[in-house]
Design a binder for this molecule. Structure first.
Ligand code: UD1
Ligand code: CA
Length: 452
C-alpha cells in the first residue's frame, strides 16, 4: 500500500506580519518546512508534495528536489489546497497524509501511527487530535455518542457550548485516497469564500462512514505557529527537545535553557557546552571538548579535546587539542592544526596554522600559511591587502615573529627566521636569519635554530 504526504504551505501567514513566507521562518536554525519534511521521511519513500502559493518562488527554491511543489493560486483554504494535488496523485497512491507546514514539532512516529490507524479503519479518514486547556484557536472536535468523530467546528463559528470542548484538531489527517478525491469535489464554499479540508469529516459522517481520531499525548508536539508568539514557544520546545537528545547521547549542557544548538549540529560525547553558547549550521564538534561560555560557532568543525572559550568561529576548522580564546575570531577558511594555541583578540581568515603554533595576543593573520611550532608575537599583522588585491604570506616552521611585526604581503619568511619587535617586513627573509627595522633588513645569520 502506497502512502503519499501532502504538506500545505501556501497560506499567507498574515498573522506573522512578515515579508518572509511563514513556513520559511526558522526554528532551531532551519525553516519550519524543513522540520516537517524531515518528519515525512518516516512516513513514506514517495517524495512529499508541497502546496505552495504565497511566496511560492522562495518556498520552491528552498524545497529544491526534496519534494514536488504544486501551485495554489489564489489560496482559497485548506480544502482548496488539497484539490490542487488531486490531478497529480489521483490513481497513483492508496493513502494521502495531509498536514499543515505550520505544525513543525510533530515527529515522524506520530504520522506513522496515524497511517497505521487509518489502514485499519473501515472509514475514509483518521485525524490527529489533542486534549488541551488552551485552545490556541484550533478547531473543536465534536464526538458522536459512539465515540467516533462527528465534526470539526472552527473556533469562529463555534457555539458557546462547543467552545468548551477541550479536544482540538491538530491538523494532520490520513485519507483513503479514492474517497478523498471524490469528497473534495463536494466541499461547499464557506461564507468567507474558502473551502475547508475539515468539512470532509462531515461528508464522511453524512455517508455513515466512521471517522477515527488518534489522540496525541504530547502537547508540545502540537504547537502550531500562527503568530510570532507561537514561534517563540515552538522555538523553546524544539530547543528543549534537541538539547535533551544531546544530553541523552552523552553531551553535558551546564545550563540547557541558555544553550542554543541548531537542528542538524553534531556533538561528540563528553563534550561540555557552557552557557550562552550558540552552535549553528553545519557544525560538527568532536568528543571531549569544552565549548563556551559565550561562544558562537557556525558551519565549523572542531576536533577532539579542543577548548573554545568566549570565541567566535565561522567556516573554520580546528584539529585536535586546539585552544582558542578568550575573544578569538576565526573566519572562513581558518584551519588550526593540532595543538595550536590562540589567545585573546586574535583574528584568522583563510589561513593554515601548523601544529603547535602559538599566537597569544592581538594579531591578524589572513591569507597565510604558518609552519609548525612558529611563534606569532603580540600585535603581529599580515598586511594582506594592498587596497586592490589580497596577497599571501608564507611563514616557515619554528619562526619567531617579534611583537608588533607588520608582514607586508606577498612575503616569505624562511624556516627558523626571526623578526625584531616593531619591524615592518617588506622583503622575503631567508631561513635562519634575523631581520629588524623599518623597512626591515637582514642583519645577521642566526647560529642555532632553536636558540632564543
Ligand atoms: C487550521 C484548521 C483548524 C486546526 C488548525 C490546527 C482548517 C479550516 N482549519 O486552522 O481546524 O485546528 O489548522 O493547525 O483547516 N494553507 C494553504 N492554502 C490555503 C490556506 C492555508 O496551503 O488556501 C496552509 C497554510 O499555509 C498553513 C495550513 O494550510 O500551513 C493551515 O492554514 P491556517 O490558515 O494556518 O489554518 P488555521 O487557522 O491554523
Ligand atoms: Ca495554522
Amino acid at each position: 500500500m502506497n502512502v503519499t504526504a501532502v504538506l500545505l504551505a501556501a497560506g499567507q501567514g498574515t498573522r506573522m506580519k512578515s515579508a518572509l513566507p511563514k513556513v520559511l521562518h526558522p526554528l532551531a536554525g532551519k525553516p519550519m518546512l524543513w522540520h516537517v519534511l524531515q518528519a515525512m521521511q518516516h512516513v513514506s519513500n514517495d517524495k512529499p508534495m508541497v502546496v505552495v502559493g504565497h511566496g511560492a518562488d522562495q518556498v520552491e527554491a528552498f524545497v529544491g528536489d526534496s519534494a514536488r511543489c504544486v501551485l495554489q493560486n489564489p489560496q482559497l483554504g485548506t480544502g482548496h489546497a488539497v484539490m490542487q494535488v488531486a490531478p497529480h496523485l489521483n490513481g497513483k497512491t492508496d493513502y494521502v497524509l495531509v498536514t499543515y507546514a505550520d505544525m513543525p514539532l510533530l515527529q515522524g512516529e506520530v504520522f506513522q501511527q496515524l497511517v497505521e490507524r487509518q489502514k485499519k479503519n473501515p472509514g475514509p479518514l483518521t485525524l490527529l487530535t489533542v486534549i488541551a486547556e488552551d485552545s490556541r484557536g484550533f478547531g473543536r472536535i465534536v464526538r458522536k455518542p459512539d465515540g467516533t468523530v462527528g465534526a470539526i467546528v472552527e473556533e469562529f463559528v463555534a457555539s458557546p457550548e462547543q467552545l468548551q470542548i477541550k479536544e482540538l484538531n491538530v491538523g494532520a489527517y490520513c485519507f483513503s485516497a479514492d474517497w478523498l478525491w471524490e469528497a473534495l469535489e463536494r466541499i461547499e464554499m464557506s461564507p468567507k469564500g474558502e473551502y475547508y479540508l475539515t468539512d470532509t469529516i462531515e461528508l464522511a459522517v453524512n455517508e455513515g462512514l466512521p471517522v477515527q481520531a488518534l489522540v496525541h499525548e504530547d502537547l508540545l508536539e502540537t504547537i502550531g505557529i500562527n503568530t510570532r508568539v507561537h514561534l517563540a514557544e515552538a522555538e523553546a520546545a524544539m530547543r528543549q527537545r534537541l538539547n535533551r537528545e544531546l544530553m541523552l547521547a552523552g553531551v553535558t549542557l551546564q545550563d540547557p535553557a541558555a544553550t542554543y544548538i541548531d537542528a542538524g549540529v553534531k556533538i561528540g560525547r563528553d563534550t561540555r557546552i557552557l552557557p550562552n553558547t550558540h552552535i549553528e549550521g553545519n557544525t560538527v564538534i568532536s568528543e571531549g571538548c569544552v565549548i563556551g561560555p559565550g561562544s558562537h560557532i557556525r558551519d565549523s568543525q572542531v576536533g577532539y579535546g579542543c577548548k573554545v572559550f568566549m570565541s567566535i568561529m565561522e567556516g573554520a576548522l580546528l584539529e585536535e587539542e586546539v585552544e582558542i580564546g578568550p575573544f578569538a575570531r576565526l573566519r572562513r577558511g581558518a584551519h588550526l592544526a593540532r595543538g595550536v594555541h590562540m589567545g585573546n583578540f586574535g583574528e584568522v581568515k583563510e589561513s593554515h596554522l601548523g601544529q603547535g603554533v602559538k599566537m597569544g595576543h592581538f594579531s591578524y593573520i589572513g591569507n597565510a600559511t604558518i609552519g609548525a611550532n612558529t611563534n606569532i608575537g603580540a600585535g603581529t599583522i599580515t598586511c594582506n591587502y594592498d587596497g586592490e588585491q589580497k596577497h599571501p604570506t608564507e611563514i616557515g616552521e619554528q619562526v619567531f615573529i617579534g611583537s608588533d611585526t607588520m608582514l607586508v604581503a606577498p612575503l616569505k619568511i624562511g624556516k627558523g627566521a626571526r623578526t625584531g619587535a616593531g619591524s615592518v617586513v617588506t622583503k622575503d627573509v631567508p631561513e635562519d636569519s634575523l631581520a629588524v627595522g623599518m623597512p626591515a633588513r637582514v642583519i645577521r645569520k642566526l647560529r642555532k635554530r632553536d636558540s632564543s
